[in-house]
Design a protein around this ligand. Structure first.
Ligand SMILES: Cc1cc2nc3c(=O)[nH]c(=O)nc-3n(C[C@H](O)[C@H](O)[C@H](O)COP(=O)(O)OP(=O)(O)OC[C@H]3O[C@@H](n4cnc5c(N)ncnc54)[C@H](O)[C@@H]3O)c2cc1C
Length: 438
């Protein structure tokens, strides 16, 4: 939950400490994090190589996410509220959260860190860090969108978070008093603001509305950015190529081993999403990123249906509903579910939860083509990305953005490029350093 003001951009102020000459930098992974990172590095004049196992970009977690750009309302999964609800969350078959990993030692260690991150002080620190990074992301996304003329349905739709539990609403309400950016609404005001909601007022405890929040199609943004990157003379593509492991020399990463041979560079940036942890392990260090599988469906309501005006989050069910421009009409992206498990097989039962929720909340008969999709969020225990130099010289990490990768991509890319170029001090970004999470 957004409870604090951003910690101020002073924390992220750029300081020219020294400027490095142009380098050859290899970006591992072409999801939204890798692409934005590649853009910032190429824009600064470096030679960039982008490697991905797929033949095209944004095929994994960045393909059909919830489309919300949550700059002011970050809600870390690791929180006292999640901890309180954990037993019921894990025991109910209808729960939006599930663990199906068996006895996975990586999950045990991740889980213990997650429990520590649920402490109120830890959550407050995460929120402050996320808000500062989100503010940087917002300005960077605006700059990119305007300078590159990217078209991806970006819209300031506003975000309404509805609460069914009085207790959860009270906690959220108390927490946002100081910010002034969010409005607290009664159930009747929620329904008046968003007429597409088919709920009765007595089903709700209240809502929080943030008018400045945006929506945008992440896949369309990635496609636009890929086109621009392909026009850059200093960007080389190595697609359809599986990264297998590191090639070291004198304690430094000098190349990566792929199924098509070695790729050499001066520096490497790890942006392989949920697969980043495996590469780190091969490099000899632990990266606490675990896959948190989520689902989405995309609906095209009948022309006579009430249009969803704002993006809506159902806090109880942990589901988001976002209006997306599509072929001159408004589609609705419904996303959610948090299953700690590996693999990208679509579970029809989980899709059914989204379909039923669309019928109940918005009265949409989602029987037709619903474009079911699932993706693996690269999740850290404290819900904060890891951005910084790794223990292996030459390898920088920009990964682990969990539920907010689309929101935080542009700011994380800026931070990454600035740190590699030594424009920003490492301590300035210590909230995202590996050692805080390792
Ligand atoms: C259901 C769902 C809803 C979401 N909703 C939102 C939302 O509303 N707002 C928001 O801000 N965020 C949202 N997110 C989170 C966001 O989508 C992710 O955090 C983000 O997409 C992560 O981007 P990434 O580039 O790190 O990972 P990915 O997009 O997964 O990219 C990783 C890339 O690495 C490549 N790769 C991996 N292993 C290898 C290998 N061995 N060799 C070569 N290439 C490799 C993959 O092919 C892939 O292209 C949602 C996520 C999900 C799943």
């Amino acid at each position: 939950m957004t409870t604090l003001r951003p910690i101020g951009l002073a924390r992220f102020d750029r300081a020219i400490i020294s400027m490095r000459p142009e380098m050859k930098i290899c970006v591992l992974g072409a999801g939204v994090i890798g692409l934005t990172t590649a853009w910032c590095l190429a824009e600064a004049g470096h030679d960039v190589v982008i490697v991905d196992r797929h033949a095209s970009t944004a095929k994994d977690a960045s393909a059909a996410n919830g489309a919300q750009l949550s700059y002011a309302f970050v809600a870390p999964l690791a929180s006292p509220a999640t901890l309180r609800k954990l037993p019921s969350l894990l025991l109910s078959s209808e729960s939006p959260m599930r663990i199906r990993a068996g006895l996975d030692p990586a999950l045990v260690s991740w889980g213990l860190r997650f429990l520590l991150a649920c402490r109120p002080a830890a959550m407050r620190e995460t929120i402050a860090a996320q808000l500062a990074l989100a503010a940087l992301s917002r300005s960077e996304l605006t700059r990119l969108t305007q300078s590159l003329m990217l078209s991806f349905g970006l819209r300031t739709a506003g975000k309404l978070v509805v609460f069914r539990s009085r207790r959860e609403f009270d906690v959220a309400r108390r927490a946002i008093v100081a910010t002034g950016e969010q409005q607290i609404l009664t159930p009747a005001e929620c329904l008046a603001l968003e007429p597409a909601l088919r709920l009765d007022a007595d089903e709700l405890a209240g809502g929080i509305f943030t008018a400045s929040e945006q929506v945008g199609d992440c896949a369309a943004f990635c496609a636009g950015l890929t086109t621009r990157l392909k026009r850059q003379h200093n960007v080389e593509w190595v697609l359809g190529t599986e990264v297998r492991g590191p090639v070291r020399s004198g304690g430094r990463l000098v190349a990566i081993d792929t199924d098509k041979g070695h790729v050499q560079a001066d520096h490497f940036v790890l942006c392989m999403g949920a697969a980043s942890a495996a590469f780190a392990k091969a490099c000899g260090f632990h990266l606490p990123i675990y896959p948190l599988k989520g689902y989405s469906i995309t609906l095209l309501p009948a022309p006579e249906a009430r249009v969803l005006r704002h993006s809506v989050t159902d806090m109880e069910r942990k589901l988001v509903f976002a209006p997306l421009a599509r072929d001159g009409r408004t589609a609705i992206r419904v996303a959610g579910i948090a299953d700690l498990e590996r693999g990208t097989t679509i579970d029809a039962g989980r899709v059914e939860i989204l379909r039923r929720a669309s019928a109940e909340l918005l009265g949409i008969d989602a029987a037709g083509d619903i474009e079911p999709w699932c993706g693996l969020r690269p999740m850290t225990p404290d819900s904060r990305p890891i951005i910084g130099w790794s223990p292996l010289q030459g390898l920088f990490i920009n990964s682990g953005h969990g539920m907010l990768g689309w929101t935080l991509a542009c700011g994380s890319a800026r931070l990454t490029a600035d740190m590699i170029e030594c424009r920003r001090s490492v301590t300035a970004a210590s909230a995202f350093a590996l050692r805080r999470a390792a």
